[in-house]
Design a protein around this ligand. Structure first.
Ligand code: COA
Length: 160
């Protein structure tokens, strides 16, 4: 199976927020942002493994700044860690006020997706080629999160 670089699948999506994306005061729903996080992380995983993928978990979603109707919401996403069939994606969310040009870091998220074969079973994903110290640091952190998650799942099984 070919190995791939982080830059091979890094992706960006953006969309202007409309009234249907927000509450009556014009604040964009968290769910609107989460849906875009799911979309862009799915795109990264799909481009990495070129097979069907599903979202297995969202490690966190921090909403750091309010987003309003009329803002341009931009999401940048890249792989941080690849296990056997699982892929961890970091997503950064930026809101741009199109009237002033002001940009704010509006949130970030870590999503894990799993590569599936045609029968819907987990399938190995290409190994990740790490080219920078930053990529190696993020990979090590992703590996720690995966091991912690597996430990927690074992504990939950024991305690029922
Ligand atoms: C995710 C899913 C495919 C895992 O299937 P499974 O039978 O548990 O498979 P495995 O135990 O072999 O795990 C496969 C990989 O998923 C990872 N994984 C399983 N559950 C996970 C979770 N909750 N969070 C993150 N990764 C998870 C495993 O660590 C493993 O990674 P690895 O191959 O890199 O070691 C399965 O639980 C599923 O289909 N869930 C529903 C997904 C979905 O429909 N998402 C859309 C929103 S509902």
């Amino acid at each position: 199976m070919p190995e791939k670089k982080v830059s091979d699948s890094a992706s960006h999506i953006s969309r202007v927020m409309m009234p249907t994306d927000a509450n009556i005061a014009g604040n964009v729903f968290g769910g609107t942002i989460l849906k875009m996080v799911d979309e862009v992380s799915g795109l990264v995983a799909l481009r990495h493994c070129n097979s069907n993928v599903v979202t297995a978990s969202i490690e966190h979603m921090d909403f750091l700044y309010p987003v309003h109707v009329g803002d341009l919401l931009s999401l940048d996403a890249k792989l941080t860690y690849v296990g056997n069939s699982s892929m961890e994606v970091f997503v950064s969310v930026t809101a741009e006020n199109l009237m002033t040009g002001e940009r704010q870091h509006a949130g970030d998220s870590i999503v894990t997706l799993v590569s599936l074969d045609r029968d819907g079973h987990p399938k190995p994903a290409p190994r990740l080629i790490l080219t920078t110290d930053e990529e190696r640091r993020l990979y090590a952190e992703g590996e720690k999160r995966r091991n912690l998650r597996i430990e927690r799942a074992k504990e939950r099984k024991k305690t029922g």
